[in-house]
Design a protein around this ligand. Structure first.
Ligand code: UDP
Length: 330
């Protein structure tokens, strides 16, 4: 039995691949390395370099490998970039899913676990957010991910393809030994930027807006450790392989931290002064995103082990201090 991880050389993909390899799954990876890093791949995984929109490449992989289930982590995921270049997101994300489902159907592969996002909810009407709450994205990134969820839904109805959509909230942390971690070029996410400032590879952090309707005026987000996400992917795959129905699950800690609280936590973990300034709001940012992840905990038996924002920052700090230039240090 093999699990195919599409986008397995990215941040979440590589931690999931590593976790599955450690649990003795046979893992096949597809990645076009547009944002992923070959150095992040566990040596036990079998790697095919190519693009999921390339049907002949995809057919070759599905022909050569016996694939029982797919974990799909290959997508562009930067909110501000998606605001500037929406069609790039529709092409890679939405069309990429189209090809993947088409090829899976052609080869009779019936199970897919999908990296979805809290961004599919948009500005929530209530927090914590439940899976049944309205999905009204405020940016093209969230729109493409919502479209991808719907493509799986209709493929289930038409072709009997079962899916789990994992709606991640804000992901952080790294493998505890700092051997793999987060490396985006350019980096746009809050926790790695905060730690780059702590490390001195950046001068200061600009906090995007302090006039939101939140306790300290800065955005509130719900942080989840990448290793807990990796386990959630494994549990979701097993859930599907056991014959369960398609489903969607929020993955978060159910606790919100404001951007200022994250900076403060990072100061405490690193012992560094982290200079900040307040800038304009970033277009497309909802003010507060906090997950209700009761459903994942009860149905998938997901039991996050690193449910603590300081642990997330500590592990990301280990990665940052060992690899200040990311994978180009390797
Ligand atoms: N953020 C910030 N400065 C930065 C990067 C991010 O203030 O340099 C804020 C961003 O506006 C949001 C939060 O940090 O409120 C988390 O943003 P990130 O891009 O990490 O994740 P997102 O919530 O967009 O998925």
């Amino acid at each position: 039995m093999s699990v195919l991880v599409v986008g397995g050389a990215g941040y979440i993909g590589s931690h999931t691949v590593d976790w599955l390899c450690e649990k003795n799954y046979d893992v096949v990876v597809i990645d076009n390395l547009s944002t992923g890093h070959k150095e992040s791949l566990n040596k036990k995984a079998k790697f095919y370099e190519g693009d999921l929109r390339d049907k002949s490449f995809m057919r070759k992989v599905f022909k050569d490998e016996t694939i029982d289930g797919v974990i799909h982590c290959a997508a562009f995921s930067i909110v501000p970039e998606s605001m500037k270049e929406p069609l790039k997101y529709y092409d890679n994300n939405t069309y990429g899913m189209n090809v993947l489902l088409e090829i899976m159907n052609e080869f009779g592969v019936k199970f897919i676990v999908f990296s979805s996002t809290a961004a599919t909810y948009g500005e929530p009407k209530q927090v914590p957010i439940k899976e049944t709450d309205p999905q009204v994205p405020t940016n093209p990134y969230g729109e493409t991910k919502l479209a991808m969820e719907k493509m799986m839904h209709w493929s289930d109805i038409a072709y009997g393809m079962k899916f789990v959509a994992l709606r991640y909230f804000n992901v952080g942390g790294a493998k505890e030994d700092g051997s793999i971690g987060e490396d985006h070029q350019p980096e746009t996410h809050l926790t790695p930027i905060v730690l780059q400032v702590a490390h001195g590879t950046r001068d200061e952090l600009t906090i995007f807006g302090d006039d939101y309707d939140t306790p300290d005026g800065t955005n509130v987000r719900d942080y989840v450790h990448v290793l807990d996400l990796a386990e959630a992917h494994r549990l979701a795959l097993e859930y599907l392989l056991s014959g369960n129905e398609s489903n969607a699950f929020n993955l978060g800690s159910s606790t919100g931290f404001s951007n200022l609280q994250i900076v403060q936590a990072a100061r405490e973990v690193t012992g560094k002064d982290i200079p900040t300034k307040i800038g304009d709001r970033r277009p497309g940012d909802p003010s507060t995103l906090i997950a209700d992840s009761t459903k994942a905990r009860t149905i998938l038996n997901w039991n996050p082990q690193y449910d603590d924002v300081k642990k997330i920052i500590k592990d990301a700090w280990t990665w940052e201090t060992k690899n200040p230039q990311g994978y180009s240090d390797k």
